[in-house]
Design a protein around this ligand. Structure first.
Ligand code: GTP
Ligand code: MG
Ligand code: ZN
Length: 308
């Protein structure tokens, strides 16, 4: 019997079978899976096989179906382990904020690189636009220009003032969408706004250090009444990139990928090589300096290649 994983705590799982019935499930014994390097063998969004003979109280998961895609990150506790955030996604919304708390562009770029590597389209949603004064409005315009030029959709919304909600509902229709971003940016607040019966926990961010505070503690999937699914996740502070080498990094900056075929050397790393089309594009402002600087910063954190 096949089922879809709606919630994963690491110890037990909430799964829904093809008839729409929810069960608690556990892994018993050895699990058949291709994936051995992640610390969680099963993630929200996974399709799993349940043992026929297992009882209704607690089903037993016997195997995980191959994933269409997934987003993962380096474990904050162990650099050699990675954690699958969610699997089988159609798209992700990266929730960001310019204030209370502030999301750095570096974090956004790492998230985008990771999503490009796993072929998950991303929409950038800046929440809490009700807090904007002139300074933040100018910042948003700049960010909108930078990421718009790179090919991403950028939106400013306010869950509090109900600005931009219906536009996002349109984007969510019929798709499985991951909600990600720092803690306190309003992921669960948005979910509560469009699914009031769910009533996910949310928490004030004023007088709040941000450190180790997560209101949502486990990833969980929710069905949308008009079709489609949302996966709400705990906020992430830092996103360690998995399985990406320096040599391939520029392929995950879409605006660089479009340009790099024109570099003189086909292994050009867009540093000081002669005839580099990417650097030329930065100089004539068709690739933003901010994104190029981000490329260099992220590159420094990556291994030389991923097969050594
Ligand atoms: N001013 C303002 N505050 C908002 C808005 N949306 C959410 N908040 C507040 O931001 C705080 C954090 O919201 P949550 O929804 O808990 O944030 P989260 O992203 O789910 O956080 P984690 O679960 O920890 O990852 C709450 O106090 C919300 O009321 C908004 O549009 N404007
Ligand atoms: Mg939350
Ligand atoms: Zn180049």
């Amino acid at each position: 019997m096949q089922a879809l994983v709606y919630k994963s705590t690491g110890n037990w799982y909430q799964v829904k079978d093809e008839q729409g019935k929810m069960f608690v499930a556990r892994i018993a014994g050895k699990l058949k899976t291709e994936d051995i390097t992640s610390s969680n063998p099963i993630a929200v969004g996974d399709f799993v096989e349940l043992k026929e003979e297992s009882d209704d109280e607690c089903k037993i998961i016997s195997s995980v179906k191959p994933r269409k895609n997934y987003i993962n990150r380096v474990s904050p506790h162990n650099k050699n382990q990675h954690i699958i955030i969610a699997a089988n996604l159609d798209q992700a919304i990266l929730f960001a904020t310019l204030k209370d708390p502030k999301t750095s562009l570096g974090f956004i770029d790492r998230f985008l690189v990771s999503s490009e590597a796993y072929h998950v389209p991303v929409i950038l949603v800046f929440n809490k636009c009700d807090l904007y004064k002139d300074k933040e409005r100018a910042q948003f315009e700049k960010i909108n220009a930078i990421y718009g030029a790179a090919g991403y959709s950028v939106m400013a919304i306010s869950v509090k003032e109900k600005i931009g909600i219906t536009e996002i509902q349109e984007i969510l229709k019929g798709k499985t969408t991951l909600f990600s971003g720092h803690s306190g940016v309003g992921k669960s607040s948005f979910l509560n706004e469009i699914l009031p019966t769910q009533n996910q926990k949310t928490k004030e961010v004023s007088n709040w250090s941000g450190k180790g505070m997560h209101t949502t503690t486990f990833a969980e999937m929710f069905d949308l009444p008009g079709g489609g699914k949302i996966i709400d996740t705990p906020g992430i502070r830092e996103l360690g990139l998995v399985d990406i080498s320096r040599e391939e990094l520029s392929h995950y900056f879409p605006e660089m990928l479009k340009t790099l075929n024109d570099c003189r050397f086909n292994n050009c790393q867009h540093l000081d090589e002669p005839g580099c089309a990417v650097k030329a594009a930065v100089e004539n402002h068709s690739i933003s300096m901010e994104r190029y600087m981000s490329y260099l910063t992220i590159r420094d954190t990556l291994p030389e290649n991923n097969w050594s």
